[in-house]
Design a protein around this ligand. Sequence first.
Ligand code: ADP
Length: 491
Amino acid sequence: MGSSDLDSSQSLSGDRSWSIARRFFLTSFILIVAQSGLSLAISGKLWRDFTASHLNFALSRELLRPLNLVDNKLDSLSAQEAMECCTREDYEYFLSDIDLADGKAVMISGSAGLVPGKGAQSLYSPERLREFAHLATTSKNRFSLVDFRDKNAVAVKSMNLSGGPETGSLIYIRPIYNMSLFNALNRVRLFSEIVLMLSLVVLLAIALTYILKPIRSLRSRISNIQPDNLDTALISLEGQPVELQPILTEFNRMVQRLEASAKNQKQFASTISHEFRTPLTVISGFIQSVLNRAQDLDSRYRESLSIADKEAFRLNRMLSDLLDLSRADNHQLKVLREPFECILSCREALRLAQFAFPNNPIRFDESGFEDSIWVIGDPDCLVKCLENLIGNAVKYSEPMSAIDLVVNVKDQCVLFAVQDYGQGIPEDQQERIFERFVRADGVALRRGESSSGLGLSIVKMLMEGMGGSVSVQSEIGVGSRFTLTLQRSLS
Ligand code: ADP
């Protein structure tokens, strides 16, 4: 995808993409409105239910009795008296008979002013009484609660006094004794608010998980990008949050640059290893022929030529590894997956290893299994892997240390283990050593030996190419055991 494609996909997807901030804002807004609505509904319902079922009942019982008294008095008025009602004296007359007990107070408020009943003034100040009168006469149903959260809370109720020009209201004040019920109500309200708030937090967390999902999925996609899957690393901008789109555009450009550079690098490695191999083979051939033909060569020259030959061999091997890797990267490496007899391959690998490392006893115990075992894979690749592992076993052990090659048949698999008794590999390095150019920290290389960090990555690549695997078990100071596993062929 070119950069213009990237830009166009950005503008194409612009209509359908969304913004994290907008989603977050909308979700929070909806949740807050919902929470407030629910909260209001809960407290309103609780309040209504509570006042309806408890308070109104309890208070009306207490309120009716004294008001009935007043009713009776009003009923007993003659028509003339009613016409003249109600003067201040009438009010006082009404109040004089009302028996007030346990802190209840009564008064009359009307055009003749405020007339407190017996004891009302000892309970409440004139301002407070005026406030009560005002609340009682202006409230809905002429009934009101005053400061009911307070322990001096009261209920006030007013009743119209019928009569002549100086009419008024009889106001009855009753302390609320059942505050515990109010407190219980408040606790229920508080509890339901807390439950609501917690639900809100949970909902918000769920919403956030959902909102941030694209970012998490992006993170996991980006963290899965490896040098060998750069071609699938481009991320489509479609449906991505608008905030991420410019970053993703830059990211895609960077991937394209990386891909181009990786391609160049692979091409370079492939060309170099290819071009170097021919002259190196020629040099090696000439050295060999001089060593073979010149019988009377001075021992010092012979030694120098042997060293040169060894180095040329090593260089050749490294180039061949590099070439294999770059072929594998370009999907040009051919690894067979067909049945072959693997004991022959083990013998071949053993022969080559014994020739290359004459000082190390390299043992292959063939007594434990039948003569021929068939596996699925590529015989040349198996030899190459075994050679590689035996080479490492020799390289990372004491000179002349023994190496064992052990073959085992297990279920449908055949295991080829190369066991050494060398320095071992630290546990935290055991997974890393199969990566390219990685050398284990804490593993020392003997003088004169060299290491590229390529061998095990090639073993892994070839084994996987054959449908098998490689693993390691190792203990510091005891030794290492590398095991190759291939599928057994039963045909
Ligand atoms: P190289 O041996 O060329 O460095 P390899 O890929 O074969 O590359 O090995 C990677 C690393 O694993 C080595 O550098 C070494 O640190 C460690 N290693 C491999 N085989 C052994 C072994 N048999 N014993 C101890 N360490 C080993």
